[in-house]
Design a protein around this ligand. Structure first.
Ligand SMILES: [Zn+2]
Length: 298
């Protein structure tokens, strides 16, 4: 459980340290930004959230107050774009600070404050849901494992979000570690079957897919291949990294967000420790032209 208590000293010290690092590296960040802008290679940053609620029940829950502060800050300093627009900028080159917001799993609590805020502020987002739990009203296994039976979104909520213009994406049927699945039928069901079921349920195309857990070890080249062949327009991972124009718009690398403002600002503004260091994931789909093949992100 992360501590959301602002008086928690280790957390406070960590934030102060990040704040100091951010300020000290600001000239370098500005210099890099000018350089990338001139090259039309300003990266697209994709962030992922899980559950926004004030009970802060799990490490993947963030307070609404911090979420709202993050959104207000981002709106002032970044273009907040849809996944479609993000991909467009990756293909055509990008000169503007750009962020794309996503959610994973599908928690009912998000519909209380977070989603209404995004709709009110006209902030696009891609909302990835795990169909088995949504369809049956069951808690997610990672919460059950912690003894917390948190409510998933209802299908009605997902339909209402889709109607309001939120992009609904697939996040498998049962939230397995796809890195450990080699059986093709099972992989097909989790990647393609889940998307088809979701599409039928909401009456809108499901264009994007996000890997559960999303670290390198949880990815699977066969799942990339299946997703590509089935017509998904992008798949998302979650091991960090900036998305640079010119490199593989089919695979969107996402960055986790902490329950505070400063760490997020640090990550979205070209963190020197991360800018060039996150290695691309190697896979091949189709003719190979749509995918990167292990090119370093530089
Ligand atoms: Zn997930």
């Amino acid at each position: 459980m992360t501590s959301a208590n602002p008086l928690n000293t280790p957390a406070l010290l960590r934030r102060l340290a990040i704040g100091g690092y951010y300020v000290a590296s600001l000239p370098w960040r500005k210099y890099q930004m000018r350089k990338l802008r001139a090259q039309r290679r300003v990266p697209v940053v994709s962030l992922y959230y899980h559950r926004i609620a004030d009970d802060r029940a799990t490490p993947w829950t963030q307070s609404f107050a911090n979420f709202a502060r993050q959104m207000r800050w981002l709106k002032r300093h970044f273009d907040l774009v849809s996944l479609e627009e993000a991909q467009q900028r990756l293909r055509q080159g990008n000169t503007r600070p750009t962020v794309h917001i996503t959610f994973d799993d599908g928690y009912a609590a998000n519909c209380e404050q977070a989603i209404p805020l995004l709709l009110e502020e006209k902030i696009p987002c891609t909302y990835f849901v795990t169909t088995h739990y949504i369809m049956r009203g069951l808690p997610f296994p990672h919460d059950v494992a912690r003894g917390q039976r948190l409510a998933p979104n209802t299908l009605e909520q997902i339909r209402a979000m889709a109607q309001s213009g939120i992009e609904i994406g697939a996040h498998t049927r049962t939230h397995p570690d796809l890195g450990k699945i080699s059986e093709r039928g099972r992989l097909h069901d989790e990647v393609i079957g889940a998307g088809e079921e979701l599409q039928q349920a909401i009456g809108k195309p499901v264009r994007y897919f996000a890997f559960p857990f999303g670290q390198r070890r949880n990815l699977n080249p066969s799942a990339f291949h299946l997703a590509y062949e089935a017509g998904y327009e992008a798949v998302c991972s979650a091991f960090g990294g900036y998305n640079f124009p010119g490199i593989d718009p089919f695979h969107i690398q996402r960055i986790p967000v902490e329950d505070a403002l400063i760490p997020m600002i640090n990550r979205v503004t070209l963190d020197p420790r991360k800018l060039w260091s996150v290695r691309q994931y190697e896979y091949r789909v189709g003719s190979g032209s749509a995918a990167e093949q292990g090119v370093a992100a530089q």
